[in-house]
Design a protein around this ligand. Structure first.
Ligand code: PRP
Length: 211
């Protein structure tokens, strides 16, 4: 992936929360909390480009000019694990709209299939879209979701992930050269089961205690 399209967040709070995610002793409650914190930090960077608009309001003591978002940001978690990142987006983005894309990766072929989709009825072309998936392994799930969003008209899409693999980044860049990726870390490689190494295990299972 060309460097211009990848931002790896260099921040002590990202590192400290990533440490919680990687540790196999971290239970679902703490895992969800750390994932949400990382999502908020990634979201801060991935929304920096949005131009605010001035609005006149009254504070309890005086009129004031404040800055607001020009329209709703759309967050699209890839189910299930993307829900873990959504929590941190909802905490800091006012009036966010949420679309859902359900994708499951076949454990043998590693190919993803879409099992549900529900996008907000907004003009996608005009809105910033945050695509949420904690793991970019082969990239198949995020590439499939990005294709679906492009077909629906989205032009400004940023992919937020906790951990990305080099091959996943390469595949994403080849499939969707306009995609910008924000990650907390780029790990070494994939194992034979398609798990990221050293990674953090199966994010969906660890978020929801289903392993
Ligand atoms: C995992 C993970 C990503 C995907 C990454 O999801 O949460 O969505 O695999 O792999 P890829 O880059 O090779 O496509 P999984 O299919 O296990 O579903 P889950 O989120 O419901 O656990």
């Amino acid at each position: 992936m060309p460097e211009a399209n990848l931002t790896v967040l260099d921040h002590p709070l990202v590192e400290a929360n990533l440490a919680r995610l990687r540790d196999k002793r971290t239970g679902p409650g703490d895992f969800r909390d750390a994932m949400a914190a990382i999502a908020s930090l990634l979201t801060t960077e991935a929304t920096r480009h949005i131009a605010t608009k001035p609005v006149e309001i009254d504070t309890p003591v005086s009129p004031a000019t404040v800055q607001k978002l020009p329209g709703p940001v759309i967050a699209v978690p890839i189910l299930r694990a993307g829900q873990g990142l959504l929590e941190g987006v909802l905490r800091i983005v006012p009036d966010v709209r949420v679309g859902h894309i359900g994708m499951a990766r076949d454990e043998t072929t590693l190919k993803p299939t879409i099992y549900m989709q529900k996008l907000p009825p907004l003009e996608l072309a005009a809105r910033p879209v945050l695509l949420l998936d904690p793991m970019l392994a082969t990239g198949g799930s995020a590439i499939g979701a990005a294709r679906l969003l492009r077909e629906a008209g989205a032009t400004d899409i940023k992919l937020l992930c906790a951990v990305a693999s080099p091959v996943g980044l390469r595949n994403m860049s080849a499939a969707d050269p306009g995609m910008e990726v924000y990650a907390a870390a780029v790990d070494e490689r994939l194992d034979e089961r398609g798990f990221i190494l050293p990674g953090l295990g199966d994010a969906g299972d660890r978020l929801y205690g289903t392993d």
